[in-house]
Design a protein. Structure first.
Length: 128
């Protein structure tokens, strides 16, 4: 009887670990997922910039090319696209120029090559 209790406890612990790891990345189509889809960059002076890094994961068995399109000219990305090997990770850096005082949210559209689905990542902050 004692062995069955240990086996049950081990199964529960394994399920918790699997669910925790699976819940770390969010996705819309299952091909590419992102660790955090929103970053609060805090406050910056008007005329300065804020930066954030976004980490992506390829959830498939094929190499994926991921394309990034900023919503406006004040937002730049470190690469227009990256290639991510199967079940590997890649990252981009996003830089937003703070143009006006007050709250802001800027978006980058993310799409795997050949896919119809896309999702967004965002940087939030406050210009002062």
């Amino acid at each position: 009887m004692r062995n069955w209790n240990m086996i049950g406890l081990l199964l529960v612990m394994c399920m918790v670990v699997v669910l925790s790891v699976a819940g770390c990345y969010s996705t819309t189509d299952g091909v590419i997922s992102v660790r955090r889809d929103a970053v609060n960059a805090g406050s910056a002076e008007v005329g300065d910039s804020v930066c954030a890094t976004f980490k992506f994961r390829n959830n498939t068995y094929a190499t994926q090319t991921v394309t990034f399109l900023p919503e406006c000219d004040c937002t730049t990305v470190s690469a227009e696209s990256i290639r991510i090997e199967p079940h590997r990770r890649g990252r981009i850096n996003v830089k937003v120029a703070v143009e006006t005082p007050g709250e802001f949210t800027k978006y980058v559209y993310v799409q795997a090559a050949g896919g119809d689905e896309f999702f967004t990542v965002s940087i939030k902050g406050r210009g002062k």
